[in-house]
Design a protein around this ligand. Structure first.
Ligand SMILES: Cc1cc2nc3c(=O)[nH]c(=O)nc-3n(C[C@H](O)[C@H](O)[C@H](O)COP(=O)(O)OP(=O)(O)OC[C@H]3O[C@@H](n4cnc5c(N)ncnc54)[C@H](O)[C@@H]3O)c2cc1C
Length: 478
């Protein structure tokens, strides 16, 4: 028996050493779609070597959150996803949730504060004539441009499948098309002028898309502007049938990663000489904190809102952007005619206006208990008087005050994905455009950067892969 014992002992030591050498401790700060999809992508790349912990100070989901009103449930944050958003769809299917395509609805009115300058019916055929009648053929340039943008941006999926990673948002945009990088540095208005788009189209159709998607005007950068337009002009829209907020929750279950419900206070270089020490607050008491060392840390939250200390060498100013406040107000009741004597269309979008418009859009959400549900976006909380002006009957009002997306302006610096060796920032990508899919693309990019960093793997030169012929053959697979 004597010889068995030392043999087993050596085996235990051997496994322990191998385990320590190969596994990587990774902290993800933020349990929104960015952080939870990052855990998924990291497990795909690092397999059993990834030891991941997500730190989340609120609820898993972040800006994907449920709102219940009138006996029904809605997404109060990110609610609509484009048919070309490959990661959002693939992850939804992977975790066993269902994709629900959105129909064109019962019509959209473009409101200038006094009247509807255009009313669309929801019928593609009829609406084409209405749009051509008001705006002429100038609209075709924008549709073509949006189609081209969507097609070109898909290159990112091919590049990421070949494990190409980018250290900055500027590099990522440039790899899909140098034109995208240029667009991120000019205003939407300037870009539309260059395309020869009339002021009428800019102030009505385009302004309405910017108001409803980003609660901002045409001074946003032209990249986010066209992302916003593409949603309305090209392709179809969908959402997760069970609610978009379920996607991050199901990703946590699918990956089995531990979620620590706690606020991270600081991420500082570890005294070990490598990696980072994460200090996090326990049970909301700022004096009561704990520390843990990690080989690498992923920031999966916008820095402006994270309230945490980072290593001195991180350029915090470059990577922190002001955010746009958007209030999502849900009302159960009956909407009065917005234009007296006229029936309301299902969706009411606002165009550029001299009038003092206190809302950006109103969406009809359907029958509920009792009466109907509506969702209103505005820049400031709606007062009782304003709600009383809009509704002939009010049963219930609920709202969420969001720091929703960056306040876009040009010229702007584009943040970095790599803040310091082993410290990565998914939400850098939001400065180009904020959307569920953009967080997934940023998350995949950071997972690839981390994989290269931890496994000492060389990056792939993006110019050598995904040429035109590869893109034709390329099959998107998760
Ligand atoms: C009103 C609104 C409407 C939108 N509409 C759409 C839409 O229709 N389609 C679309 O694609 N996108 C939409 N978006 C944008 C989309 O929701 C976001 O881009 C996306 O959800 C961002 O996900 P994220 O994981 O990157 O960040 P977040 O969801 O913000 O997650 C960050 C998480 O980090 C946590 N956190 C922050 N600091 C700390 C800390 N110190 N310690 C621990 N945890 C911390 C936060 O609590 C949060 O849960 C909308 C957003 C809003 C607000």
């Amino acid at each position: 028996m004597y010889w068995v014992f030392p043999g087993r002992w050596y085996l235990v030591v051997f496994i322990t050493i191998i385990g320590e050498v190969t596994s990587h401790k990774i902290a993800i700060v933020g349990g929104g779609i960015g952080g939870t999809s990052n855990a998924f992508f990291l497990q795909q790349l690092l397999k059993d070597k990834a030891q991941i912990k997500i730190f989340e100070r609120g609820d898993v989901g972040g800006r994907l959150r449920e709102m219940q009103i009138g006996g029904r449930s809605y997404d109060s944050g990110g609610s609509i996803i484009h048919s070309d958003n490959f990661y959002a769809r693939a992850l939804t299917e992977k975790v066993g949730l269902k994709v629900r395509n959105l129909d064109k609805g019962g019509g959209t009115g473009f409101y200038d504060g006094k009247e509807f300058v255009l009313k669309l019916t929801g019928s593609t055929f009829k609406d084409k004539f209405k749009v051509l009648g008001r705006y002429g053929f100038g609209i075709r340039n924008i549709v073509k441009d949006a189609e081209m943008m969507l097609k070109t941006f898909k290159r990112i999926y091919c590049l990421q499948s070949k494990k190409v990673a980018f250290k900055s948002t500027a590099e990522l945009l440039n790899s899909t098309s140098p034109d995208f990088l240029k667009r991120a540095q000019v205003s939407m208005r300037q870009s539309l002028k260059t395309l020869g788009v009339s002021e009428l189209i800019q102030n009505e159709l385009i302004a309405a898309a910017m108001h409803t998607n980003y609660n901002q005007e045409l001074d946003v950068n032209a990249f986010v502007g066209f992302v916003s337009l593409a949603g309305g002009l090209v392709g179809d829209l969908w959402r997760v049938e069970e609610g978009n907020f379920r996607l991050p929750q199901e990703l946590v279950k699918a990956t089995g990663v531990e979620v620590v419900k706690s606020k991270v206070r600081s991420i500082l270089p570890s005294s070990r000489g490598t990696g980072y020490t994460v200090t996090y607050t326990l049970s909301g008491d700022t004096e009561d904190f704990e520390t843990e060392d990690f080989d690498a840390v992923v920031l999966a939250t916008p820095l402006h809102n994270a309230d945490l200390q980072l290593p001195d060498k991180v350029d915090v100013a470059k990577n922190t952007k002001p955010f746009q406040r958007t209030i999502a107000t849900f009302v159960n009741g009956i909407l009065a005619p917005v234009v007296p004597g006229q029936e309301n269309p299902e969706d009411i979008l606002t165009v550029w206006s001299k009038e003092d418009l206190f809302f950006s859009s109103i969406g009809f959400k359907g029958s509920a208990t009792p009466d109907f549900n509506y969702k209103i976006f505005s820049k400031t909380p709606l007062t009782g008087e304003q709600i009383g002006k809009l509704f002939s009957k009010v049963n219930e009002v609920k709202s969420v005050d969001w720091k929703a997306y960056p306040k876009y302006s040009v010229p702007d610096t584009l943040p970095d994905f790599e803040l310091a060796p082993g410290l990565f920032y998914i939400n850098a990508i939001e400065s180009a455009a904020s959307a569920i899919e953009m967080s997934c693309i940023g998350s995949k990019n950071v997972a690839l950067l981390l994989f290269q960093y931890l496994e000492n793997v060389e990056n792939v030169d993006f110019k050598t892969v995904c040429r035109q012929q590869d893109l034709i053959k390329f099959k998107e697979e998760l």
